[in-house]
Structures are given as structure tokens and as C-alpha cells.
Design a protein around this ligand. Structure first.
Ligand code: CA
Length: 223
């Protein structure tokens, strides 16, 4: 399930957004302060962030700038109707789209769907070096050769490629990829990583696609 993080201090707006996004089948988290957004982003790994600009604690511009230092996660900015400059600034800071308030919910939902569709790329392929992941057909190719992966291996690789440069602990991977609600055996992750490397790496002892950060966890190299 795609998770969306809402950063919005006006509670009626946050609530109606949350309600409608849940109805669309998204997993939704809400924070009401700018200075809580970064921590929430790191903890929750959302697929998309809906970000208000005028926020207590830290402005949406600063939130956007900070998140862009570590991630390409799609950001949709909510801006006041008269904020022509703010939307330009938002897009310059690396936001992917903006919607002016008050907004039409159907339009907002359509924008979100559109961003999520185009996020891995227009062709639906995620790339890393010689690897190509086709997210629609669940296939992975290396130099044109298809590599058979289990569904779990595919989801693990997809998660790492969607968050390139970000190191995940084994506990986080159990939660995000395996959907474990309770602490599980983190060796499950090590075993899956080893099998994945044996399939995708030229030399699984010297991996290039799925790397280990000693003492922390695993990651795919940043863009
Ligand atoms: Ca606000």
C-alpha cells in the first residue's frame, strides 16, 4: 500500500485530506508541524508528501529543501491562492507539483495519482547501472537479460531503488518490505539480501547494486 505523509497545520484540511486519501486506498500519516516533517519522513518512508508551506516550527520551503538533500520522494505543495511566488519557489526547491488552496479534492487526488504514476519515470522503469526494473510487469533485466526474482526479492530491490542513497536498518526493511507489525527475525533480511545479490550482482562478494553500511543496514547507491 502506498503511504502518503501529510504535513499541514490546519486540522480541518489535514483531516479531510486524510479521510479522502484513506478512502482511495492510501496509507496516510499526518504531522502538524514543519519541524516534525523530516523525522516523520525518515521514519515512515512515504511514497509521496503533501506539504503545506506556512507551518509552525519550520516552513514548508525549509522542509522541502531538507528532504531534497536526502531523497527524491515526490512532494506536492499546498499553497495559498495568492501565492504565485511561493509555488514558483516550491518548484525551484524540487517540489513535483503544487495545488492552491482552497483546492478541489478530485483534482488533488488526480494530481497525486499522476505523480505516483510518473515517479519512477515515464516508462515505468527504475534504473540502476545495468539494472532495469519494470514496476508494471514485475520484471528485472540486467544488460537486457531477464533475472528471475521472487516477489519478495523484487519488492526489496524496488524499495531500495525508490529510496536510493538512503540506508535502511534490517528492522525498517522488515517493516517496510515484509509488512511486519511486530519485531521479526532480522536474519530474514540478511538471507534475502544474500540471495538477491547472488542473482543481480556480477560478484556478490563485491556488490555494486545493494550495498552494506556496516553497523546500520543496506542501501542502493544514490543517484
Ligand atoms: Ca498552514
Amino acid at each position: 500500500m502506498d503511504r502518503i505523509l501529510i504535513v499541514e497545520d490546519e486540522r480541518p484540511i489535514a483531516e479531510i485530506l486524510e479521510f479522502n486519501l484513506r478512502k482511495e486506498g492510501y496509507d496516510v500519516a499526518v504531522v502538524y508541524r514543519g519541524d516534525e516533517a523530516l523525522e516523520a519522513y525518515r521514519r515512515l518512508n512515504p511514497r509521496l508528501i503533501v506539504l503545506d508551506l506556512m507551518l509552525p516550527g519550520m516552513s514548508g520551503w525549509d522542509v522541502c529543501r531538507q528532504i531534497r538533500r536526502e531523497s527524491n520522494v515526490p512532494i506536492l505543495i499546498l499553497t495559498a491562492r495568492d501565492g504565485a511566488e511561493s509555488k514558483v519557489e516550491g518548484l525551484e526547491l524540487g517540489a513535483d507539483d503544487y495545488v492552491t488552496k482552497p483546492f478541489d479534492m478530485r483534482e488533488l487526488l488526480a494530481r497525486i495519482r499522476a505523480i505516483l504514476r510518473r515517479f519512477p519515470g515515464q516508462d515505468g522503469l527504475l534504473r540502476l547501472g545495468d539494472l532495469e526494473m519494470d514496476l508494471e510487469n514485475f520484471t528485472v533485466r540486467k544488460r537486457g537479460q531477464e533475472i528471475p526474482l521472487t516477489l519478495r526479492e523484487f519488492e526489496l530491490l524496488r524499495h531500495l531503488l525508490l529510496h536510493r542513497g538512503q540506508v535502511f536498518t534490517r528492522e525498517e526493511l522488515l517493516r517496510d518490505v515484509w509488512d511486519y507489525q511486530f519485531p521479526g527475525d532480522v536474519r530474514t533480511v540478511d538471507v534475502a539480501i544474500r540471495r538477491l545479490r547472488e542473482k543481480i550482482e556480477d560478484d556478490s562478494a563485491n556488490p555494486r547494486y545493494v550495498l552494506t553500511k556496516r553497523g546500520f543496514g543496506y542501501y542502493a547507491p544514490g543517484p
